[in-house]
Ligand binder design. Structure first.
Ligand SMILES: [Zn+2]
Ligand SMILES: [Zn+2]
Length: 192
């Protein structure tokens, strides 16, 4: 039986974003248990074994319950990525939740973490023009605005700059976030 995945406030669907993968034959390097899911995003660890550098994969439960943070001094999302406003308004517990118990994601350059309403936003995934049609409307508007298209236009036109965005490992790729308190969607773009 497959155990339901833990909940992550700042990364609500890590399966959809690709940071967590379904696995058939996986044993977590941290808790040493057989698990149905592996975390395949980045982390930092302060151990003599250099677990991340050595490719040791961990399970989502070791992220969620803080086992990786405790056992390996692992961290995932640096609070430095947040705006000064979010850093000052989030509680120490919320900042620790983001840093030590939230799956991160691979970005073509240095990953960042957007915030809104004084709190880290939820990461909803990387996207390009191929993903555009399936994005929530607010995300489409944010994306069009970011690249300089007319945000409220109907279907994409061949001249729209959104057409240049690709989630193909080369980019330019959009990294999308959604506010936990309002309808705001935000993004940043990186190229390989
Ligand atoms: Zn584990
Ligand atoms: Zn907001």
């Amino acid at each position: 039986m497959t155990e339901p995945l833990p909940q992550f406030r700042y990364h609500p669907d890590p399966l959809a974003t690709g940071s967590i993968e379904r696995r058939d034959d996986f044993r977590c390097s941290c808790c040493e248990r057989r698990r149905d899911y592996a975390y395949v995003g980045p982390y930092r660890d302060q151990t003599e074994e250099y677990h991340f550098a050595n490719g040791d994969e961990i399970c989502p439960w070791c992220i969620a319950d803080g086992t990786a943070a405790e056992k390996w001094n692992a961290s995932f999302v640096a609070p430095d990525f947040l705006s000064p406003e979010a850093r000052s308004r989030m509680s120490a517990a919320a900042l620790a939740d983001l840093e030590f118990r939230t799956p991160s994601f691979y970005c073509l350059q240095q990953e960042r973490w957007l915030d809104h309403h004084g709190e880290a936003a939820a990461f909803i995934g990387a996207a390009g023009v191929d993903e555009f049609p399936d994005l929530p409307r607010q995300a489409q508007i944010a994306m069009r605005e970011w690249v300089g298209d007319r945000p409220y236009d109907g279907p994409l036109r061949p001249t729209d700059r959104v057409n240049k965005l690709k989630n193909d490992g080369d980019g330019p790729t959009a990294y999308l976030f959604r506010c936990l308190h309002c309808d705001w969607h935000g993004m940043y773009v990186e190229s390989g």
